[in-house]
Design a protein around this ligand. Sequence first.
Ligand code: GLU
Length: 493
Amino acid sequence: MTVRTRIAPSPTGDPHVGTAYVALFNMAFAHSQGGQFLLRIEDTDQARSTPESEKAILDALHWLGLDWDEGPDNGGDKGPYRQSERSDIYHEHAHQLLDSGHAFRCFCTPERLDELRKTQMENKEQLGYDGHCMHLDESEVAERVAKGESHVVRMKVPREGQCTFNDMLRGEISIDWTQIDLQILLKADGMPTYHLANVVDDHLMEISHVIRGEEWINSAPKHILLYQYFGWETPVFCHLPLLRNVDKSKLSKRKNPTSILYYQRMGYLPEALLNYLGRMGWSMPDEREKFTLEQMLEVFDIQRVSLGGPVFDVEKLSWLNGMWIRAELTDDQLADRLHEWALNRDTLKAFLPFARQRMETFSDLAPLGNYLVSGMLPITVEDLKSAGMDEEQLVEVLQFALWRLESVQQWNRDNIFSALKAVADAMEIKLKPFLAPLFIAIAGSSASISVMDSMNLLGADMSRARLRHAIDLLGGVGKKKLKKMEKAYQQLA
Ligand code: GLU
């Protein structure tokens, strides 16, 4: 058997360090077995998937030095490698399950499902679909389908016993079937859900080992059942431990930047970031901390993955990055890397239209623009307060602005402006005073160019990270306060 692994990112946001981590381990395992590693784009969620996000994910993984044998960009003979181009395949397979009696059509309205959920919550019952449409008679189903009544296709799941399966790292895992929902396979719009598309593709793409994050363990029974229904061989499962924040909670952008683009913008070396990801739950046999991808691939053994939640600690990453800079780059090479990074003509040219208004001599440029090539700025609470608000209001303005900016899909000046204007209006604060603390958080002083232009030049990740940094400086938002603020924010929206 040829070992084939894959990653299957959904292009619904920024390229996540977790995606790179899972990709690295998939690639290393395939390599250690003389196999192949492929990349598939899971874009069945049409409302949230974007081509920009897909491109950013592929670019970010390539930037890190990860390559795949087959994928949407380099092709392969098991394609297409983008699920939105495979609809017919999923339809055909959903129909196969309907014909074999392993799936059924469900006509329940969203209202009925809401009602059901409410009752289940009130009675403290297990949440999930109650099988209402499972036993409709065939002629009724045919009639309702012919009338064009909206419906979904759900899979049947045993209501007693357990699903027991083997995980490469965790050994035997058992989950009660009653915990498993009668999963929707085809949505009312005809699109497949993740579960159907993922299983069908893993089979057709001849994936032998499914190596993914531990958040998918509870989905494994559905997947195993689908393999059985289709009469296919089940791949080997391996659920990697989730990356964690320093406080051991699941890695989240609230506490840690999670986008690879942020680390790129901060000026980390891709080799060092990849090296650090290789240390997430895994170590070299001689425990050395600094190693290259090639060195990792040479000795990789997946059984050395340990399950204690690996902590993604930016301080440790920075320390490792410093080691890389000192040990691996000559001054010449470092100069090249800095040039490639941001100290180049493109950065300069993007800034000059704004800077020229404020320059008398060339030497004015650096003080005006240094925040564009900096990481976190050395600002203080007093600096933020100079915007004329008390700490509570500052936190509110910065947090609401941040939340609103997190939902900006296409990062450009106009969209940034409308987002901020909407928050200012909703908070009934005039735009100028509203923007004042943002100026300081983003550029370190209110004397900079327009904050919208600054954010546009800095990019989404660095802009959001600076807002987060300012909020942290002000003491952050505790759990209780967060709930209150979320409520207030929702009311504004
Ligand atoms: N599309 C899923 C994700 O975004 C893939 C999960 C899997 O590897 O099965 O993580």
